[in-house]
Design a protein around this ligand. Structure first.
Ligand code: NAD
Length: 245
Protein backbone atom coordinates (compact mmCIF):
# COMPACT_ATOMS: atom_id res chain seq x y z
CA UNK A 1 0.00 0.00 0.00
CA UNK A 2 2.96 2.39 0.48
CA UNK A 3 5.49 1.04 -1.99
CA UNK A 4 8.10 3.64 -2.90
CA UNK A 5 6.89 6.16 -0.30
CA UNK A 6 9.01 7.55 2.52
CA UNK A 7 7.67 8.13 6.03
CA UNK A 8 8.93 9.73 9.22
CA UNK A 9 7.43 8.44 12.48
CA UNK A 10 8.15 10.52 15.57
CA UNK A 11 8.33 8.51 18.80
CA UNK A 12 8.79 5.44 16.58
CA UNK A 13 11.00 3.58 19.03
CA UNK A 14 8.26 1.82 21.01
CA UNK A 15 4.53 1.47 21.64
CA UNK A 16 2.11 2.70 18.99
CA UNK A 17 4.92 4.44 17.09
CA UNK A 18 6.97 1.26 16.68
CA UNK A 19 3.85 -0.55 15.46
CA UNK A 20 3.31 2.19 12.84
CA UNK A 21 6.95 1.85 11.76
CA UNK A 22 6.53 -1.91 11.26
CA UNK A 23 3.21 -1.57 9.44
CA UNK A 24 4.68 1.02 7.06
CA UNK A 25 7.76 -1.15 6.39
CA UNK A 26 5.57 -4.24 5.78
CA UNK A 27 3.67 -2.20 3.22
CA UNK A 28 6.74 -1.18 1.24
CA UNK A 29 7.62 2.26 2.62
CA UNK A 30 11.04 3.56 3.58
CA UNK A 31 10.84 4.71 7.19
CA UNK A 32 12.80 7.11 9.38
CA UNK A 33 12.36 6.55 13.10
CA UNK A 34 12.54 9.87 14.95
CA UNK A 35 13.33 9.24 18.61
CA UNK A 36 14.46 11.35 21.50
CA UNK A 37 17.81 9.56 21.98
CA UNK A 38 20.25 7.88 19.61
CA UNK A 39 20.45 4.75 21.84
CA UNK A 40 16.71 4.10 21.84
CA UNK A 41 16.51 4.65 18.07
CA UNK A 42 19.38 2.21 17.46
CA UNK A 43 17.81 -0.36 19.80
CA UNK A 44 14.52 -0.13 17.87
CA UNK A 45 16.37 -0.53 14.58
CA UNK A 46 18.04 -3.72 15.85
CA UNK A 47 14.58 -5.31 15.83
CA UNK A 48 14.02 -4.36 12.18
CA UNK A 49 17.04 -6.13 10.67
CA UNK A 50 15.01 -7.68 7.87
CA UNK A 51 14.22 -4.20 6.54
CA UNK A 52 17.84 -3.01 6.42
CA UNK A 53 18.31 -0.36 3.74
CA UNK A 54 14.69 0.85 4.10
CA UNK A 55 14.95 2.16 7.66
CA UNK A 56 17.03 4.94 9.18
CA UNK A 57 17.18 6.73 12.51
CA UNK A 58 17.10 10.43 13.40
CA UNK A 59 16.97 12.05 16.83
CA UNK A 60 16.43 15.81 16.46
CA UNK A 61 15.22 17.87 19.39
CA UNK A 62 11.55 18.13 18.37
CA UNK A 63 11.43 21.57 20.00
CA UNK A 64 14.03 22.97 17.62
CA UNK A 65 12.81 24.01 14.14
CA UNK A 66 16.41 24.05 12.87
CA UNK A 67 17.27 20.54 14.11
CA UNK A 68 13.99 19.13 12.81
CA UNK A 69 14.41 20.75 9.38
CA UNK A 70 17.95 19.42 9.10
CA UNK A 71 16.95 15.88 10.14
CA UNK A 72 13.94 15.80 7.78
CA UNK A 73 16.16 17.04 4.92
CA UNK A 74 18.54 14.15 5.64
CA UNK A 75 15.62 11.71 5.23
CA UNK A 76 14.71 13.18 1.85
CA UNK A 77 18.38 13.11 0.91
CA UNK A 78 18.67 9.39 1.73
CA UNK A 79 15.39 8.12 0.29
CA UNK A 80 14.62 10.75 -2.37
CA UNK A 81 11.29 12.02 -1.02
CA UNK A 82 9.26 12.65 2.13
CA UNK A 83 5.66 11.54 1.61
CA UNK A 84 4.27 10.76 5.07
CA UNK A 85 4.78 12.31 8.50
CA UNK A 86 3.29 10.49 11.50
CA UNK A 87 3.39 12.88 14.46
CA UNK A 88 3.13 10.20 17.15
CA UNK A 89 5.57 11.27 19.91
CA UNK A 90 3.75 12.24 23.07
CA UNK A 91 3.79 12.20 26.84
CA UNK A 92 0.87 12.02 29.26
CA UNK A 93 0.09 13.31 32.73
CA UNK A 94 -2.36 12.61 35.52
CA UNK A 95 -1.31 15.49 37.81
CA UNK A 96 -4.08 17.31 39.67
CA UNK A 97 -4.62 20.98 38.83
CA UNK A 98 -3.75 21.80 42.45
CA UNK A 99 -0.28 20.27 42.06
CA UNK A 100 0.45 21.11 38.41
CA UNK A 101 3.58 23.22 37.97
CA UNK A 102 3.93 25.64 35.08
CA UNK A 103 7.03 23.72 33.96
CA UNK A 104 5.09 20.46 33.78
CA UNK A 105 2.26 22.11 31.85
CA UNK A 106 4.68 23.73 29.41
CA UNK A 107 6.56 20.46 28.89
CA UNK A 108 3.44 18.60 27.79
CA UNK A 109 2.47 21.46 25.47
CA UNK A 110 6.02 21.49 24.03
CA UNK A 111 5.99 17.79 23.13
CA UNK A 112 2.33 17.08 22.37
CA UNK A 113 1.51 20.30 20.52
CA UNK A 114 4.44 22.57 19.66
CA UNK A 115 6.50 19.67 18.28
CA UNK A 116 3.56 18.73 16.04
CA UNK A 117 3.55 22.29 14.68
CA UNK A 118 7.35 22.28 14.18
CA UNK A 119 7.45 18.86 12.49
CA UNK A 120 4.41 19.60 10.31
CA UNK A 121 5.96 22.86 9.12
CA UNK A 122 9.28 21.19 8.25
CA UNK A 123 7.56 18.31 6.45
CA UNK A 124 5.06 20.51 4.62
CA UNK A 125 7.84 22.68 3.20
CA UNK A 126 9.40 19.57 1.63
CA UNK A 127 6.05 18.07 0.57
CA UNK A 128 4.88 21.29 -1.09
CA UNK A 129 8.04 21.40 -3.23
CA UNK A 130 7.63 17.79 -4.29
CA UNK A 131 3.92 18.12 -5.11
CA UNK A 132 2.13 16.63 -2.09
CA UNK A 133 2.17 14.39 0.97
CA UNK A 134 0.31 13.22 4.05
CA UNK A 135 0.53 14.35 7.68
CA UNK A 136 -1.08 12.25 10.42
CA UNK A 137 -1.29 13.62 13.95
CA UNK A 138 -1.97 11.75 17.18
CA UNK A 139 -4.96 12.86 19.17
CA UNK A 140 -6.70 10.77 21.84
CA UNK A 141 -10.20 9.87 22.96
CA UNK A 142 -9.61 12.37 25.79
CA UNK A 143 -9.30 15.01 23.05
CA UNK A 144 -13.07 14.63 22.81
CA UNK A 145 -14.09 13.98 26.43
CA UNK A 146 -11.35 15.55 28.58
CA UNK A 147 -10.15 13.62 31.63
CA UNK A 148 -10.63 14.13 35.37
CA UNK A 149 -6.96 14.86 36.15
CA UNK A 150 -3.87 15.86 34.20
CA UNK A 151 -5.67 18.63 32.30
CA UNK A 152 -2.58 19.45 30.20
CA UNK A 153 -2.82 16.17 28.29
CA UNK A 154 -6.40 16.50 26.95
CA UNK A 155 -5.81 20.22 26.37
CA UNK A 156 -2.98 19.37 23.97
CA UNK A 157 -5.07 16.71 22.22
CA UNK A 158 -8.00 19.12 21.70
CA UNK A 159 -5.42 21.52 20.23
CA UNK A 160 -4.04 18.80 17.95
CA UNK A 161 -7.57 18.31 16.56
CA UNK A 162 -7.74 22.05 15.82
CA UNK A 163 -4.31 22.08 14.21
CA UNK A 164 -5.31 19.08 12.10
CA UNK A 165 -8.52 20.66 10.75
CA UNK A 166 -6.84 24.00 10.11
CA UNK A 167 -3.77 22.58 8.36
CA UNK A 168 -6.02 20.34 6.26
CA UNK A 169 -7.80 23.43 4.97
CA UNK A 170 -4.60 25.43 4.50
CA UNK A 171 -2.51 22.73 2.82
CA UNK A 172 -5.13 21.11 0.57
CA UNK A 173 -4.13 23.41 -2.30
CA UNK A 174 -0.61 21.96 -2.01
CA UNK A 175 -1.99 18.40 -2.20
CA UNK A 176 -1.06 17.71 1.40
CA UNK A 177 -3.70 15.80 3.38
CA UNK A 178 -3.74 16.27 7.17
CA UNK A 179 -5.66 13.94 9.49
CA UNK A 180 -5.46 12.71 13.07
CA UNK A 181 -5.97 9.37 14.79
CA UNK A 182 -7.58 9.36 18.25
CA UNK A 183 -6.69 6.10 20.01
CA UNK A 184 -8.62 4.83 22.99
CA UNK A 185 -6.80 3.00 25.78
CA UNK A 186 -4.12 1.02 23.98
CA UNK A 187 -1.97 -1.81 25.31
CA UNK A 188 1.49 -0.19 25.25
CA UNK A 189 4.22 -0.63 27.90
CA UNK A 190 2.53 1.89 30.12
CA UNK A 191 -0.79 0.04 30.14
CA UNK A 192 0.85 -3.40 30.38
CA UNK A 193 2.34 -2.31 33.71
CA UNK A 194 -1.11 -1.68 35.24
CA UNK A 195 -2.57 -4.25 37.70
CA UNK A 196 -4.62 -7.00 36.01
CA UNK A 197 -7.82 -5.95 37.86
CA UNK A 198 -7.50 -2.42 36.58
CA UNK A 199 -6.97 -3.63 33.00
CA UNK A 200 -10.10 -5.81 33.34
CA UNK A 201 -12.12 -2.89 34.74
CA UNK A 202 -11.07 -0.60 31.90
CA UNK A 203 -11.77 -3.30 29.29
CA UNK A 204 -15.25 -3.97 30.71
CA UNK A 205 -16.20 -0.34 30.05
CA UNK A 206 -15.32 -0.56 26.36
CA UNK A 207 -18.24 -1.71 24.17
CA UNK A 208 -15.94 -3.89 22.03
CA UNK A 209 -14.85 -5.56 25.30
CA UNK A 210 -11.10 -5.10 25.04
CA UNK A 211 -8.37 -2.51 24.94
CA UNK A 212 -6.84 -1.48 21.65
CA UNK A 213 -3.65 -3.15 20.50
CA UNK A 214 -0.89 -1.01 18.93
CA UNK A 215 -1.63 -2.78 15.64
CA UNK A 216 -5.28 -1.60 15.74
CA UNK A 217 -3.98 1.96 15.86
CA UNK A 218 -1.20 1.40 13.32
CA UNK A 219 -3.77 0.10 10.82
CA UNK A 220 -5.56 3.46 10.96
CA UNK A 221 -2.23 5.19 10.26
CA UNK A 222 -1.72 2.87 7.32
CA UNK A 223 -5.15 3.62 5.85
CA UNK A 224 -4.79 7.39 6.24
CA UNK A 225 -1.27 7.34 4.74
CA UNK A 226 -2.37 5.29 1.74
CA UNK A 227 -4.15 6.27 -1.46
CA UNK A 228 -7.28 4.53 -0.11
CA UNK A 229 -7.74 7.78 1.86
CA UNK A 230 -7.05 10.07 -1.11
CA UNK A 231 -10.25 12.10 -0.50
CA UNK A 232 -9.98 12.12 3.30
CA UNK A 233 -8.54 15.19 4.97
CA UNK A 234 -9.26 17.17 8.14
CA UNK A 235 -10.70 14.29 10.15
CA UNK A 236 -9.87 12.87 13.55
CA UNK A 237 -10.42 9.12 13.22
CA UNK A 238 -11.44 7.52 16.50
CA UNK A 239 -10.01 4.04 17.08
CA UNK A 240 -11.33 3.29 20.55
CA UNK A 241 -13.85 0.43 20.48
CA UNK A 242 -16.62 3.04 21.00
CA UNK A 243 -15.32 3.90 24.49
CA UNK A 244 -17.14 6.87 26.01
CA UNK A 245 -14.65 8.08 28.65
P1 NAD B 1 4.84 5.43 24.65
O1 NAD B 1 5.21 6.18 25.88
O2 NAD B 1 4.96 3.95 24.62
O3 NAD B 1 5.65 6.03 23.40
C1 NAD B 1 5.78 7.40 23.22
C2 NAD B 1 6.89 7.63 22.24
O4 NAD B 1 7.11 9.04 22.15
C3 NAD B 1 8.21 7.00 22.68
O5 NAD B 1 8.85 6.44 21.56
C4 NAD B 1 8.98 8.19 23.22
O6 NAD B 1 10.38 8.03 23.11
C5 NAD B 1 8.49 9.27 22.29
N1 NAD B 1 8.77 10.59 22.83
C6 NAD B 1 8.33 11.15 23.99
N2 NAD B 1 8.88 12.35 24.13
C7 NAD B 1 9.66 12.57 23.04
C8 NAD B 1 10.50 13.62 22.61
N3 NAD B 1 10.66 14.73 23.34
N4 NAD B 1 11.16 13.49 21.43
C9 NAD B 1 11.02 12.38 20.68
N5 NAD B 1 10.26 11.35 21.04
C10 NAD B 1 9.60 11.45 22.20
O7 NAD B 1 3.36 5.90 24.33
P2 NAD B 1 2.24 5.33 23.34
O8 NAD B 1 1.19 4.80 24.20
O9 NAD B 1 2.81 4.50 22.26
O10 NAD B 1 1.71 6.73 22.75
C11 NAD B 1 1.99 7.18 21.46
C12 NAD B 1 1.03 8.31 21.14
O11 NAD B 1 -0.31 7.84 21.23
C13 NAD B 1 1.13 9.51 22.09
O12 NAD B 1 0.98 10.71 21.35
C14 NAD B 1 -0.05 9.31 23.02
O13 NAD B 1 -0.51 10.54 23.55
C15 NAD B 1 -1.05 8.69 22.08
N6 NAD B 1 -2.12 7.93 22.75
C16 NAD B 1 -1.81 6.79 23.45
C17 NAD B 1 -2.84 6.09 24.08
C18 NAD B 1 -2.59 4.81 24.86
O14 NAD B 1 -3.51 4.33 25.54
N7 NAD B 1 -1.40 4.21 24.80
C19 NAD B 1 -4.16 6.56 23.98
C20 NAD B 1 -4.42 7.72 23.27
C21 NAD B 1 -3.38 8.39 22.65
Amino acid sequence: MLKGKTAIVTGGTRGIGFSIVKRYLENGANVAIAGSRQESVEKAMENLGEYQGRVMGIWPNLGSPEEVAEAFASVKEKFGSLDILANNAGISSRTSLYDYTLEEFQKIVDINLTAVFICSQAAARIMKDQGGGVIINTSSMVGEYGQPSGCGYPATKFAVNGLTKSLARELAKDHIRVNAVAPGVTRTDMVAALPKEMVERISAGIPLGRMGEPLDIANAYLYLASDLASYVTGITLRVDGAAMT
